[in-house]
Design a protein around this ligand. Structure first.
Ligand SMILES: Nc1nc2c(c(=O)[nH]1)N=C([C@H](O)[C@H](O)COP(=O)(O)OP(=O)(O)OP(=O)(O)O)CN2
Ligand SMILES: [Zn+2]
Length: 121
């Protein structure tokens, strides 16, 4: 099994619902988010150059991430979803797994010490 990862970033605001009264994250606030995609393939599935997939082919994801999330309010960017890091990782995975069939995992960081991971396979 091979795995590659590539990191992307965006800045956005959000407000989390369903939290106890007075929770700091119920207020509108912002983060410099990091998003990591992990793509996997079996030992026999590397492409001719020896890639799981060319990192450069992930430029389309970068453009989508910027257009969808960068300098936006995440509650508006994905209506109906409470924009926790976990929910964002799940949502991004399901938006992209058809276009990137090797996609195995999406990780989202809101702060230098926190990561949420959604593993699809
Ligand atoms: N499991 C999750 N917990 C929290 C999430 C989340 O998405 N998933 N999100 C938040 C807030 O949006 C924000 O990320 C605050 O994180 P937190 O680490 O609690 O805040 P601080 O940076 O202020 O941490 P300190 O350790 O107090 O410095 C909250 N929880
Ligand atoms: Zn937050």
């Amino acid at each position: 099994m091979y795995a590659i990862t590539k990191e992307f970033h965006f800045s956005a605001s959000h407000q989390l619902g369903a939290l106890p009264a007075g929770h700091q994250c119920a207020r509108t606030h912002g983060h410099n988010y990091l998003v990591v995609l992990e793509l996997r393939c079996d030992d026999t599935e590397l492409t001719e150059p020896g890639f799981v997939r060319d990192y450069g082919e992930l430029d389309e994801f970068k453009h989508w991430l910027d257009a969808t999330f960068d300098h936006r309010h995440l509650n508006d960017a994905v209506p109906g979803m409470n924009p926790s890091a976990e929910n964002l990782a799940w949502w991004v995975y399901h938006q992209w797994v058809e276009r990137l069939p090797e996609l195995s995992c999406v990780r989202v960081s809101e702060t230098p010490r926190t990561w949420a991971t959604y593993r699809g396979k």
